[in-house]
Design a binder for this molecule. Structure first.
Ligand code: AMP
Length: 213
């Protein structure tokens, strides 16, 4: 599978991507995870991205295309990939198209995961993330067994810096202004699958149906 997962922050792109990796060994590529890893490691990339991320703004297209240009050429991508959080702007989508053409590759489709804004707000303010392995928890519906400690790797589970109310509200505005136009972009390309996401399983079923798997 070669898919783009589109949707507002908190729409469930990461959860759906993780479930899809189990179907056929495609890899999940999350630009957010790559950038958070770079910030935690204190690398040059992390230093360039940190301030924009904390405010809920987007990192520059050039920086992102630099990361993705290298990432998509790695060996594990031969099994397929699920792009989670990328592309996020029209220039990124256009640059991705050129990149894939130069590699002789074609995406199966771009999946829009459509979730109501009030559901998203509730999810993001109650979401917690493991600083070690990135596992996602929710303080209401899926807390770790021991408060603040990851069940899987034992590292601290925290609220992300960009999950304060102010940053969340900015991220949703940024999504509407810069990323939502990608829905039309992929519709015009004849590649869009739009799913009203009642659950992750419903999204997976719609994707399986579309791809005939
Ligand atoms: P995410 O985990 O996908 O919500 O990403 C967290 C943050 O990383 C975003 O709010 C942006 O600051 C940055 N980021 C992730 N992916 C991209 C992208 N494709 N383009 C620009 N910024 C990105």
């Amino acid at each position: 599978m070669k898919l783009i997962l589109l949707g507002a922050p908190g729409a469930g792109k990461g959860t759906v991507a993780k479930l899809l990796t189990k179907l056929d060994g495609s890899v999940q590529i999350s630009t957010g995870d790559i950038l958070r890893g770079a910030v935690a490691a204190g690398s040059e990339l992390g230093k360039k991205a940190e301030a924009a991320m904390k405010a809920g703004d987007l990192v520059s297209d050039d920086l992102i295309m630099g990361i993705m240009g290298e990432r998509l050429k790695q060996d594990d991508c031969k099994a397929g990939y699920l792009l989670d959080g990328f592309p996020r702007t029209i220039p990124q989508a256009e640059a991705l198209k050129v990149l894939l053409e130069s590699m002789g590759e074609k995406l199966d489709c771009a999946v829009e995961i459509d979730v109501a804004r009030d559901v998203i707000l509730d999810r993001l303010t109650t979401r917690r993330t493991c600083t070690g392995c990135g596992e996602i928890y929710n303080v209401k519906s899926n807390p770790p067994k021991q408060e603040g400690i990851c069940d899987k790797c034992g590292e601290p589970v925290v609220q992300r810096d960009d999950e304060t109310e102010e940053a969340i509200s900015n991220r949703l505005n940024v999504y509407n202004e810069q990323t939502a136009p990608l829905v039309d972009f992929y519709k015009k390309e004849g590649m869009l699958l739009s799913v009203q996401a009642t659950s992750s399983d419903a999204v997976i079923d719609a994707i399986k149906n579309k791809l005939g798997i």
